[in-house]
Design a binder for this molecule. Structure first.
Ligand SMILES: Nc1ncnc2c1ncn2[C@@H]1O[C@H](COP(=O)(O)OP(=O)(O)OP(=O)(O)O)[C@@H](O)[C@H]1O
Ligand SMILES: [Mg+2]
Length: 368
């Protein structure tokens, strides 16, 4: 599989090279070959991020292929802009409010202090504010939700970046992608809106990953440089960098130093799990025997995303049963037995080993 990826990348590089040189025939052959290999590769990968990257590449090469075939003489440089853009999304944040996030009171407070208040009244912060915030903790516990809620509260442009995507060899030089992100952020900020950059899976900038070609040091250094640059020239722009990771122990010292606020986003405790079950089953039709306290007790070690999935599974169960039985009247109510069976079948999505490592790191490096 790695061999396949290497071959595909090689074809793609050749294609682009010939394309730039105007050698159409050679470019065409190589694009076709690259597409073929990528499609094959897509059948093998499990990693959804890489799958998306391959898919995106196939689309891009196909478009280029068609353009070449149509003899359109569009210059190859015009595509470089879109290449930079595809590594992140600039979106309005998903419509998440603070109230939607269950538990995590300390994290919410830390974010209000380091993002919301400085953004509302920068003049009260002559000494500045933390440039970087690190969210670390097990997957599915609200990191993305928190960043989105903050963005909504201050009406920020929300740039969600996947670090492993940036590192992918398919997007060209990773440090240029990072530079482009900050360049865009500065432009948005000058135009009057604060910007929140959420870098997911930030550990992949420092760690060795199978899909890398060795640009990790340069990408990481570029990120650190950009973050240092946020503070100069008197005025501090309202650009907030939030980095998220499930593997904080991989991060190195210079990196950690830039993220002065390090916030642990833990698994939900009993109280939070109780409220999550109540929240996510609010619109479901439940039997009287459903005991939320028992559900919360049974799901120690499960993440918010796990609990959401369990609730969803319960819904799915009664609805498919309803259709299988002919689909008359309405689905039966969901009972405690359904939950017992579903929970028995679902394991918490975090392994105890990684959780231990995260906790150890939290003891040493937590700041909030
Ligand atoms: N604290 C929470 N309150 C309410 N729902 C939650 C909470 N944490 C997680 N969820 C549920 O889990 C889903 C995933 O949460 P989110 O995307 O914020 O996790 P994450 O920490 O960013 O995970 P990852 O590390 O995988 O990116 C949410 O869409 C929501 O349904
Ligand atoms: Mg997330």
């Amino acid at each position: 599989m790695r061999e396949l990826e290497r071959l595909a990348a090689e074809r793609a590089r050749e294609a682009v090279k010939y394309d730039k040189l105007g050698m159409k025939e050679d470019a065409l052959t190589n694009y076709k070959e690259a597409i073929k290999l990528l499609l094959k590769l897509m059948k093998f990968v499990d990693d959804p991020v890489m799958k998306k990257v391959y898919e995106e590449k196939v689309k891009q090469y196909k478009e280029r292929l068609e353009a070449l075939l149509e003899k359109s003489v569009e210059s190859s440089t015009s595509s470089s802009k879109s290449r930079e853009r595809e590594s992140y999304l600039i979106v309005d944040p998903p419509p998440i409010k603070w109230e939607d996030i269950i538990g995590l009171e300390e994290a919410k407070k830390a974010i209000r202090e380091s993002i919301v208040y400085p953004s509302l009244r920068p003049e009260f912060f002559p000494l500045g504010w933390p440039r970087g915030i690190l969210f670390f903790g097990p997957p599915g516990c609200g990191k993305t939700m928190l960043a989105a809620a903050a963005a909504n509260e201050i009406d920020a442009v929300f740039m969600q970046v996947d670090a492993s995507m940036i590192m992918s060899k398919w997007l060209g030089e990773s440090e240029k992608n990072i530079a482009a992100i900050f360049e865009d952020a500065r432009r948005y900020e000058r135009e009057g809106r604060p910007v929140i950059i959420l870098i997911d899976e930030v550990d992949s900038l420092t760690a060795y990953r199978e899909n890398e070609v060795g640009g990790e040091a340069r990408a990481r250094n570029q990120l650190l440089k950009e973050m240092d640059g946020l503070q100069d020239k008197g005025r501090i722009p309202r650009i907030y960098v939030i980095a998220a990771t499930n593997k904080p122990w991989i991060l190195d010292d210079p990196f950690i130093r830039r993220f002065q606020k390090r916030i642990y986003i833990p698994l939900p405790d009993y109280e939070a799990r109780l409220n999550m079950f109540k929240h996510y089953t609010k619109r479901l039709d439940l039997e009287d025997d459903v005991d939320f306290r028992e559900l919360a007790r049974m799901t120690e070690g499960y993440s918010g995303a796990d609990i959401y999935n369990i609730s969803m599974e319960a819904q799915l169960r009664v609805v498919s049963e309803f259709f299988e039985k002919g689909g008359r009247d309405r689905p039966r109510k969901i009972g405690m037995r359904d939950f017992y069976e579903i929970i028995k079948k679902t394991n918490p999505s975090i392994e105890t080993d990684s959780l231990k490592k995260i906790l150890e790191w939290a003891r040493k490096f937590s700041s909030a």
